[in-house]
Every structure is written in structure tokens, then in C-alpha cells.
Design a protein around this ligand. Structure first.
Ligand SMILES: [Mg+2]
Length: 269
């Protein structure tokens, strides 16, 4: 059956793409069913998210889903693989990721008081350090986040490999070699697949790196996606649903599977 399936790896963002906290159920049956069927036919599913492991596990437990991702990309950069009931980090990739971030952040640290001073003099923003980044931001609203983003983008231009990963009012510094796109490329390589066999769906700015034909030929966005995401998906001939969250992804998967099936050369069974 596996060989019949044109899409072999499904990469979905979590919040806003599959999961809608205030819906019941938060991950709709339609998308659980689609992904579950594809997994049964041999496809792999990766949740590609900005969340860390404990926060994702908690949300998955509360959502009570009947399917399990085969892989996780966490904090838009670390890769985990399911082994029985747990998720184990891919040691080589995650170690390189941690090392590259530590080296980069060591260069940035001396400038943080100046950056934090500039922002807090102008905006009521929450600024903090966590395990993953010495600079994390929660802005008061998207307008503030845009202004702070523009200021920090200018700073990033002066530091090789430094980027600002943005998701709605949230942002943090990261190494530009690690994002949802490069993590998806690493998984694709490990599974010995190519971009023509990859589906990706997302709704926010931090999804843009994976919503690229460089990494995935089959692209979808739910109706609640922000305009830059919808534009990017449309520009690359992907599918933008009218339906929100998981229902939009289910429709996107159906659309892409039909298209992919049509493109395949006829093959004798
Ligand atoms: Mg999202």
C-alpha cells in the first residue's frame, strides 16, 4: 500500500493549525482521521511547532487525540522521534543545534541590556530569558510586535546567523540555520525522501520557513492563517482553505493528495 501514497511525510504546525484551544474537540475528528489513515498507509507525521516538549505533551494529552505523531520538531529546531511511548531526541542534530545556538548567543549577550532598554522605554512588552534563548519577547499587541521586530531585524543584520523567530506577539532570537524548514529538510533526508513527497501546513510567521517548495511541494494553510502565510502558500500554488484550524488542514490534505495522485505517472499494480 505504501507505494501508492504520493505524500509520505506530513508536517503540521500545532497551535492554530491543528489545535484550537477553545474548540471542542480542540483537534477536530476530520484531521485526526485523515492523518491516521495516511499513517496506516505508511506516511509519517511530524508536529512541527514552537512549543517545547512538556508544553506540547500537555496540550496533546488535553486534546485526547487518537493518533500519535511519529516525529516532533520542537522550539522550531530540535527533532524528536517516537520510540514506544516516548519521544527521544535525535542526538547528532540536537547537539549541533545546541552548540550553534550557544556560540551565537555568547556573542549577543553583551548587547542585550541595550536592546532591552530600547524596547522597554517604548513598549509595555514582556522580555525574558529561557532555556532556548537569551532574548524572548511577548509584545502587548501585533502593532508593537511589528515595531520591535523591525528594530531587532536591523540589529540581527549586524550579527552573522542571528535571526528573530516571530509568531504572533511572540518572538525570540535564534540561529538562522535552524527553523521549521531546515528541521523538516533534515527529517526528509533521514527518511530518504524528497520535497515532492512532503506536505506542510501552518498558520503563522514561524511556519514560513517550512511553507516553501524547497522543502515541501504540497502546501496548505487553514482559513485563520495570517496574510503573509496565505500569500506565500498561494504564490507557490498551495491550498488555502476557507475552513479554520484542523478542518482546513484536513481539506488541504485531501486537495493535495488528489493533485499529487493526478500528477503521478500511471503505474501498473
Ligand atoms: Mg501556529
Amino acid at each position: 500500500m505504501t507505494m501508492c501514497l504520493p505524500i509520505k511525510l506530513i508536517s503540521t504546525d500545532f497551535d492554530g493549525t491543528l489545535f484550537a484551544e477553545f474548540e471542542s474537540p480542540p483537534i477536530p475528528a476530520s484531521v485526526q482521521q485523515r492523518i491516521g489513515e495516511l499513517q496506516e498507509r505508511g506516511a509519517r507525521w511530524v508536529i512541527n511547532t514552537g512549543r517545547d516538549l512538556s508544553s506540547l505533551m500537555e496540550a496533546l494529552a488535553r486534546a485526547r487525540i487518537g493518533i500519535e505523531p511519529d516525529y516532533l520538531v520542537l522550539v522550531e529546531r530540535e527533532i524528536y522521534q517516537r520510540a514506544d511511548s516516548q519521544y527521544l531526541g535525535l542526538a547528532e542534530w540536537n547537539a549541533a543545534c545546541a552548540r550553534d545556538h550557544a556560540e551565537l548567543f555568547a556573542r549577543v549577550r553583551q548587547d542585550l541590556p541595550r536592546l532591552i532598554g530600547w524596547i522597554s522605554a517604548r513598549f509595555p512588552a514582556r522580555l525574558y530569558e529561557d532555556t532556548y534563548s537569551p532574548f524572548c519577547l511577548i509584545a502587548g499587541n501585533n502593532g508593537d510586535a511589528d515595531a520591535i521586530h523591525a528594530y531587532l531585524a536591523e540589529y540581527c543584520r549586524g550579527i552573522p546567523n542571528l535571526g528573530l523567530m516571530r509568531n504572533d506577539v511572540y518572538a525570540r532570537f535564534h540561529h538562522v540555520g535552524y527553523d521549521k524548514g531546515t528541521a523538516l529538510a533534515e527529517l526528509t533526508r533521514r527518511l530518504q525522501l524528497g520535497p515532492a513527497e512532503i506536505f506542510a501546513a501552518g498558520d503563522q510567521l514561524n511556519d514560513l520557513p517550512m511553507l516553501s517548495r524547497q522543502y515541501a511541494h504540497w502546501l496548505a494553510a487553514p482559513g485563520n492563517a495570517v496574510d503573509p502565510v496565505k500569500d506565500a502558500v498561494r504564490r507557490q500554488k498551495g491550498f488555502v482553505s476557507q475552513l479554520e484550524h484542523g478542518n482546513g488542514v484536513a481539506e488541504g490534505l485531501d486537495f493535495c493528495l488528489r493533485q499529487a495522485q493526478r500528477l503521478r505517472p500511471a503505474r501498473t499494480p
